[in-house]
Design a protein around this ligand. Structure first.
Ligand SMILES: *[C@@H]1O[C@H](CO)[C@@H](O)[C@H](O)[C@H]1NC(C)=O
Ligand SMILES: *[C@@H]1O[C@H](CO)[C@@H](O)[C@H](O)[C@H]1NC(C)=O
Ligand SMILES: *[C@@H]1O[C@H](CO)[C@@H](O)[C@H](O)[C@H]1NC(C)=O
Ligand SMILES: *[C@@H]1O[C@H](CO)[C@@H](O)[C@H](O)[C@H]1NC(C)=O
Length: 355
């Protein structure tokens, strides 16, 4: 007879392990701060930039890294005080992974290519890779399609009801690329202006996160402008109507849907469940914002001088009954008061969010 194995891990006791930060919180202009309890899922050493996140139907988290290499990680046993973190694979023909999205049950598409903070992007190196979990853990990444004309495909999503169509926000060209993962074909779903010059070391980062919601393609735009009244930087989220194949009408233009006092909105998500709240990773603001459809917003995690969600890059809600209210955030870390921390994955309990 086999011995009976009892303990898999030390379980979380929620109230005790969720910590409320003591750092002073920056006041946002509308609802003020509504800081929610949060805890660490994974902490990486300096030099690791965690960029994007997807959630498997079994509840495990998948997340990608831009630095130090193009790796896909999985977090499991999220109920444990110390969840299990596994590096599933690294693609060594490129330097970085960015957006990740689920294209059919337990099959994910990941955009990646060569990107460096010092030398910029290398056009022609980007491709969409597949991680297929339907036969167990994916042994390696498979290339689905190359994007020779893309400059910096960044945020990724799928078209509702047509999940084999992946939309990718190109942050330098301000193009939304569309990849049909069944056929391996690439075309443009939308083209905005301006088309940044990609020959230099660093172009201006424009469109960033993209998601289809209520018949619109919503996207964040990381190009900050200065508010004429307050003198502070601000960035906006836009939306544009798209058809059921994810394509914007040729003559349609995007409308501004939300402006936040931030220097660079990154990826975002809607939820929890059917709720129509936008949860936005504030990148260099070191914050997570939540915004209601009527434009009210609050800071729900982090602060400019806090590591809690330093350089927040993306966020997604859990998919199990136990964690459908938990927002999982990826970060790139950063340097605060002379101390440097690496990227991480943080869990925010949004139960207490009130507007
Ligand atoms: C990728 O980076 C991770 C984290 O630093 C490291 O553990 C791993 O060995 C690297 N993989 C390759 C193939 O370089
Ligand atoms: C892209 O990065 C990989 C990994 O560092 C490297 O082997 C490859 O030569 C690079 N490709 C180009 C075109 O620079
Ligand atoms: C992004 O914002 C900048 C600054 O406001 C603006 O010039 C640009 O047209 C915007 N891009 C898109 C695609 O909305
Ligand atoms: C950085 O310094 C400020 C001012 O002393 C302090 O309020 C803040 O908590 C510090 N942050 C970190 C992460 O050390």
């Amino acid at each position: 007879m086999l011995p009976f194995i009892i303990i898999a891990c030390e379980l979380l006791t929620l109230a005790a392990s969720l910590s409320v930060p003591s750092a002073p919180i920056h006041q946002s202009r509308h609802l003020g701060s509504n800081i929610l309890p949060n805890r660490v899922i994974a902490q990486f050493p300096p030099g690791t930039w965690v960029e994007n996140i997807a959630v498997r139907s079994n509840g495990n988290l998948l997340f990608t890294t831009i630095l130090p290499n193009a790796s896909l990680y999985e977090a499991s046993a999220l109920d444990c005080q110390t969840p299990t973190i596994t590096r599933l694979f690294t693609v060594d023909t490129i330097t970085s992974f960015a957006g990740i999205t689920e294209t059919s049950k337990d099959v994910f598409a990941i955009i990646g290519g060569n990107f460096s903070l010092t030398t910029g992007v290398i056009k022609g190196t980007f491709g969409l890779w597949k991680a297929d979990f339907t036969h167990g853990q994916p042994p390696s990444a498979e290339l689905i399609a190359s994007l020779p004309d893309a400059a910096l495909p960044n945020g990724a999503t799928t078209v509702p009801q047509n999940n084999h169509l992946v939309l990718l926000a190109d942050s330098l060209l301000n193009v939304v690329w569309r990849v049909d993962v069944k056929k391996g074909t690439v075309d443009k779903a939308a083209q905005f202006s301006p088309e940044s010059d990609t020959s230099g070391v660093s172009g201006i980062i424009g469109i960033n996160g993209v998601h289809v919601h209520d018949g619109y393609l919503w996207f964040t735009n990381s190009t900050a402008t200065i508010n004429a009244v307050t003198g502070d930087p601000e960035t906006s989220m836009y939306r544009i109507k798209v058809d059921e194949d994810g394509v914007a009408a040729h003559d349609a233009s995007a409308e501004k849907a939300l402006t936040l006092p931030s220097e660079g909105m990154d990826d975002f998500t809607f939820g929890p469940g059917g709720r129509n709240i936008k949860w936005i990773a504030g990148n260099v603001e070191n914050k997570i914002f939540a915004a209601t459809p009527d434009g009210k917003y609050a800071v729900v995690a982090g602060a400019s001088n806090s590591f809690e969600v330093a350089t927040a890059t993306a966020c997604k809600f859990g998919r199990t009954r136990r964690d459908s209210h938990v927002l999982y955030v990826t970060t790139a870390g950063g340097t605060i008061n002379g101390t440097t921390e690496g990227g991480k994955v943080q869990a925010i309990d949004t139960t207490g969010f009130r507007v």
